[in-house]
Write a protein that binds this ligand. Structure first.
Ligand SMILES: [Fe+2]
Ligand SMILES: [Fe+2]
Length: 161
C-alpha cells in the first residue's frame, strides 16, 4: 500500500467530494439525511484540516520555502472553512440558513481542494520527490489516528507554527 502523502490527501478529498455530491442530490425535503451528511462532512473536514495543518503544511513550508505563500493562503482558506464548520455544527438541519451555509462551505472547500490538486500538489511532488513524500505520508497516518473529528475538540484549533 502506498503511503505517499499526496495520494493519502487526495483519497481524503475524494471522500469529501462524495459527501458533497450526496448532499447536493439529497433533495429539498431530505432534512434528516442532509443533517447526517453534514455531520459526516464536519467529521471528515475536521480530520483532514488537522493533518494538513499539523503535518503537511509545516513540512512543506520547512522543506520548500518557495511555496511559503501558497501554504499561508491555504491556512487562511482552512480558517474560512473552520468558521463555517463551527457555525454549522451549532445549527439544526431545520434552520433556515442550514442549506445555504452548507452550500457556501461546499463551494469554498471545493475551490480549495481543486487548487491543492491542480496547482499545489504537483509543485510539492516535484520539489520533494518520492522518499520525502513517503515519510510525510507516515506522519499523516499517525496524525490521523489522534485527529479530532469535532470542531469543539481543543486540538481542532490550529496552533500557528
Ligand atoms: Fe487544505
Ligand atoms: Fe486538502
Amino acid at each position: 500500500m502506498s503511503n505517499d502523502a499526496i495520494v493519502l490527501l487526495k483519497d481524503d478529498h475524494k471522500e469529501v467530494r462524495k459527501v458533497f455530491r450526496d448532499f447536493e442530490s439529497a433533495g429539498e425535503d431530505a432534512t434528516e439525511r442532509k443533517g447526517k451528511l453534514v455531520e459526516k462532512m464536519i467529521e471528515l473536514l475536521t480530520q483532514h484540516t488537522y493533518i494538513e495543518n499539523e503535518v503537511m503544511y509545516p513540512r512543506v513550508r520547512e522543506l520548500l520555502p518557495d511555496l511559503e505563500d501558497d501554504v499561508l493562503e491555504s491556512y487562511e482558506e482552512h480558517h474560512v472553512a473552520d468558521v463555517l464548520v463551527m457555525e454549522l455544527a451549532a445549527m439544526k438541519p431545520t434552520d433556515e440558513r442550514f442549506d445555504a451555509k452548507t452550500t457556501v462551505l461546499i463551494e469554498n472547500v471545493r475551490h480549495h481542494m481543486d487548487e491543492e490538486e491542480e496547482d499545489w500538489f504537483p509543485k510539492v511532488r516535484e520539489g520533494l520527490g518520492r522518499n520525502a513524500l513517503q515519510e510525510i505520508g507516515e506522519e499523516l497516518l499517525a496524525a490521523k489516528k489522534k485527529a479530532p473529528t469535532k470542531p469543539s475538540q481543543p486540538s481542532a484549533l490550529k496552533t500557528f507554527g
